[in-house]
Write a protein that binds this ligand. Structure first.
Ligand SMILES: O=C(O)CCC(=O)C(=O)O
Length: 269
């Protein structure tokens, strides 16, 4: 996939910034995803990487392991070979102080205000909020899905921020997205019992044929809508892939009380 040129939106004059954000919001609205190269400064990525490495060797909880999810290709259980392969370091907002000022800072906020069309943005502590790992050998395949399937908010209008902490390419399991899928209405038959897309049906095959692989470098950010279908393959390289993933919503779009989405308070930006 072609990557847009690197551009710091806050470097130019306010009029230019406004126009740039408007243009990018229109592209997000159409495609359901947006790549912003270099949105996270190198110093923030490097500090975070240091803390993440310390939390992975040995794995410090709370964490989720590939075997816990049982996605295709995952070790059968925690006692199987590769059973101790982590998938996600959880509660990343609370754990990784190096990232907090950037996650709630002016640049990220300006993007989310534009993409969500609101002044009041909040970061959810209940969804994603993790360091996503993809290890060689024992990482699994994530089938086509929409993140909103297990989320309970008044409106299915949340946006996730995926920060690459290293190169993301097809070979190491970069995310793939189906452009425009956040806007399509789907019949329930297209989804299996776990709400993954059934790719054996011609209608869903036609969708998957439009998929693009989102290639990222360290510091690049992918924003994607919670209804955008996405998937990822195994990591076929010998280096672990690390990404930080967080989800934001409009403050007027509150989680439904009593659901998992309401377990922890959101952080207003
Ligand atoms: O990196 C992957 O395997 C994709 C993860 C993903 O899509 C998810 O957890 O929702």
């Amino acid at each position: 996939m072609e990557r847009p040129s690197s551009q710091n939106p806050h470097a130019g004059d306010p009029k230019h910034l406004e126009a740039l954000l408007r243009e990018r919001a229109a592209s997000f609205d159409r495609d359901g995803y947006l790549v912003v190269p270099g949105l996270c400064p190198a110093i923030v990525c490097n500090d975070l990487l240091e803390d993440v490495q310390a939390a992975l060797h040995p794995v410090l909880g709370p964490a989720e392991f590939e075997a816990d999810l049982g996605y295709p290709g995952a070790p059968a259980d925690r006692d199987a070979e590769g059973g101790d392969t982590p998938r996600r370091l959880l509660h990343a907002y609370a754990r990784f102080a190096a990232l907090r000022p950037w996650l709630t800072g002016s640049e990220v906020k300006a993007y989310l205000q534009a993409l969500l069309s609101t002044d009041g943005v909040a970061l959810s502590q209940c969804h994603h909020n993790c360091i996503m790992t993809k290890y060689p050998d024992y990482s699994s395949i994530t089938l086509w899905h929409q993140d909103v399937r297990y989320w309970s908010f008044r409106r299915p209008e949340l946006i996730s921020l995926w920060l690459a902490l290293g190169e993301e390419r097809a070979e190491n399991g970069a995310l793939q997205v189906i452009p425009g899928s956040h806007r399509k209405a789907f019949s329930a038959e297209l989804l299996d019992d776990e709400l993954f897309l059934r790719t054996d049906l011609p209608e869903s095959r036609a969708l998957v044929d439009q998929a693009v692989t989102v290639e990222l470098n360290r510091g690049d950010v992918l924003f994607f809508h919670c209804r955008t279908f996405h998937a990822a393959a195994k990591n076929r390289t010998n280096l672990v892939k690390l990404s930080a993933v967080f989800t934001y919503h409009d403050q007027t779009n509150q989680p439904i009380p009593g659901t998992k989405s309401a377990l922890y308070a959101s952080i207003p930006l």
